[in-house]
Design a protein. Structure first.
Length: 161
DNA sequence: GCCAACGTTGGC
DNA sequence: GCCAACGTTGGC
C-alpha cells in the first residue's frame, strides 16, 4: 500500500488556540476537537492521515497569517468531547455507539519566524488559488496542494520539514 | 461590529 | 422534500 502525503490548512482563532499555545502543549501536540461541520468531519474521519502536513492559520486576527506548520500524529477518531454533557462541545445526538464527530491529533513542526500573511498569499501566483482564499469559504479545514505547501514555505523563507 | 455566505432546523 | 427562519463563521 502506498500512502501519499497530503496537506491541509487548519484554521484557528489565536484568541482561542494559537500556534504558541500548541508549542506550549505537552509534547507540542494536541487533539483537534470541536469541529461541528459535516464536510470537515468527513475529512477528519476519512482523509486526514498520520504524517500529513498542516498549515496552521490564524483567523479573525489582524493580520491573518499562516503562523507555521504541524503534522498529523493520529488519524481520525471519535471526538469524545461531544459526549460530555458539561463540555461546550457536547452534542446530545452523538453517542459511543454512533459517534457523530471526529478529530485528529497534530504536533507542531515549526513556527514561522516570519508568518505568511493573507495578503502575501493573495499576491503569490501559486497560493492565490488556495481554497482558503475562495469567496465564501468558511470551512475550518481545507485541502492544500503540494505546490501550495511548497510555495508557502518559500514565501516564509524556510525549508520544508 | 457588520454582514455575506453558508449550514441547520422544523413547520408544512 | 421544500424553504423560511434562524444560527454561525470569518473576512473585512
Amino acid at each position: 500500500m502506498t500512502t501519499e502525503r497530503r496537506y491541509w490548512l487548519f484554521k484557528s482563532e489565536p484568541d482561542v488556540f494559537s500556534i504558541q499555545d500548541l508549542a506550549a502543549e505537552k509534547g507540542k501536540r494536541t487533539s483537534w476537537e470541536g469541529v461541528r461541520n459535516y464536510q470537515v468531519r468527513n475529512m477528519l474521519r476519512d482523509d486526514i492521515k498520520i504524517g500529513d502536513g498542516v498549515l496552521f492559520y490564524h483567523s479573525r486576527v489582524d493580520p491573518m497569517v499562516i503562523a507555521g506548520t504541524a503534522q498529523v500524529v493520529k488519524d481520525g477518531y471519535p471526538d469524545h468531547f461531544a459526549l460530555d454533557p458539561n463540555h461546550k462541545y457536547f452534542d446530545e445526538k452523538s453517542s459511543d455507539d454512533n459517534p457523530r464527530w471526529f478529530m485528529v491529533d497534530i504536533k507542531l513542526t515549526q513556527i514561522f519566524k516570519t508568518p505568511v500573511t493573507r495578503e502575501q498569499l493573495k499576491a503569490d501566483k501559486t497560493t492565490a488559488g488556495m481554497k482558503l482564499l475562495a469567496k465564501g469559504s468558511r470551512l475550518s479545514i481545507t485541502p492544500v496542494t503540494e505546490d501550495e505547501w511548497l510555495a508557502v514555505h518559500e514565501i516564509a523563507g524556510v525549508k520544508v520539514q
